[in-house]
Design a protein around this ligand. Structure first.
Ligand SMILES: *Cc1c(COP(=O)(O)O)cnc(C)c1O
Length: 390
């Protein structure tokens, strides 16, 4: 677990907001306001010209509730600064527009929205992109030689939990003068610290583990202020700044992030091990299993193995769907990272619109079920799976 002079992560998750409320609230109040009034023009110019930080206009992100959240986000990832967004895609779009205009390389079977934005929509604007799967990584230098200045990698990936070596990819990007941004949504800062491994920026869909209760949509970028400054202009004019109420809700969630993620890890390890032993399961994919292909890298690069387990039912897509339909505690829904366990069949949700050949190329099988392991009792989750598989 990352330590700093401001304490261990569990301490910083609670105290790093740094808000000093004049009425004594132990955390930042919700400034549910669009604008802030000043006592004089001279006072207003202090904020407008950046000599004093303070509230100004909420869409600019200049709102104390948002500042408090961003200080916590920066501290959790060990970054200098952070910016919070309306969604994970809002963060990715601002990142690509700010730093990816010479070309974006996406590594791995990334989130569907990321691949659509990079692979289809950026080219519509004349921005080149390269989408490289894990076995195509040798083409990274080619893309960088062709002028790409932003490398974007998600690790572990969805749903196959493929791992990428952040330190190695950072070196290769930097050798060409490019930046590396890591989508750290699946791991969370508790399990993986990309900035310490050499990445330049970290991105989150805070909708998932950071929010942790399936009740908010938000995104984040964390890194040096010099790299976030250009992103800020895009956030402002794409209008993708987080709302104060959502910022406060996310700040509330972050106070319990460390204890939640530790329990997600513990439950997921137990489920993955039980599924690895189960006769009706062909494969149990989890970085914490010793025979998982990415296990050694996960042990070096991660502090915990995460809350997502992907199982492959021994049978066809219909057999896997029957298992998903019979589960009672696991709800059938395409998201992850909440307190409640969820199940989704990639074939029918995240990877539904792809051709069979493209699913096969990405290693997605019809029998796969992605399990987002929640905070229920681990034995109850295993019993639910065993009942559905019987
Ligand atoms: C959900 C998700 C996103 C997109 O986040 P939204 O908050 O839904 O916009 C991006 N990356 C990963 C890995 C995700 O799981």
């Amino acid at each position: 677990m990352a330590e700093s002079r401001d304490g261990a992560m569990a301490t910083r998750a609670i105290h790093a907001h740094g808000s000093q409320d004049p009425h004594g609230s132990p955390h930042a109040p919700i400034y549910n306001t669009t604008t802030f009034a000043f006592t004089s023009t001279a006072d207003l110019l202090e904020v407008v010209e950046g000599r004093r930080s303070g509230g100004l206009y909420t869409r600019y992100g200049l709102n104390p509730t948002i500042f408090a959240l961003e200080r916590t986000l920066a501290s959790l990832e060990g970054g200098e600064a952070a910016r919070a967004f309306t969604s994970g895609m809002g963060a990715i779009a601002a990142l690509f527009f700010a730093h990816g205009r010479d070309g974006v390389v996406c590594i791995g079977d990334a989130y569907g929205g990321t691949l659509e934005l990079a692979g289809e929509q950026l080219p519509q604007l004349g921005i080149p992109s390269w989408l490289l799967l894990g076995h195509e990584l040798e083409r990274l230098d080619e893309a960088l030689n062709d002028g790409a200045k932003l490398v974007f990698v998600e690790t572990p990936t969805n749903p196959a939990l493929e791992l990428f070596d952040i330190a190695t990819i950072a070196e290769r990007a930097h050798a060409h003068g490019a930046l590396l941004a890591v989508d750290n949504t699946f791991a969370s800062p508790v399990n993986q610290q990309p900035l310490a491994l050499g990445a330049d920026l970290v991105m989150h869909s805070a909708t998932k583990f950071l929010g942790g209760h399936s009740d908010l949509t938000a995104g984040a970028l964390i890194g040096p202020e010099a790299l976030l400054e250009p992103v800020q202009g895009w956030r402002k004019n794409l209008g993708s700044t987080i709302a104060p109420e959502t910022a406060a809700l996310l700040s509330r969630s972050l106070r319990t992030l460390v204890v939640r993620v530790r329990q997600h890890n513990e439950n997921a390890q137990a489920v993955a091990e039980a599924m690895a032993r189960h006769p009706a399961i062909a494969r149990s994919l989890y970085p914490g299993l010793p025979d998982f292909p990415g296990h050694d890298l996960a042990t070096r690069q991660m502090n915990g193995f995460g809350g997502i387990v992907t199982i492959e039912v021994d049978g066809d897509g219909a057999a896997a769907a029957r298992v998903a339909d019979r589960l009672q505690l696991f709800q059938l829904a395409p998201s992850l990272g909440g307190a409640e366990s969820l199940v989704t069949q990639p074939r029918t949700t995240t990877h539904h619109d792809l051709s069979e050949a493209e699913r096969a190329r990405r290693g997605i099988t019809d029998g796969m079920l992605r399990l987002s392991i929640g905070l229920e009792d681990g034995a109850d989750l295993i019993a639910d799976l065993e009942r559905a598989l019987a």
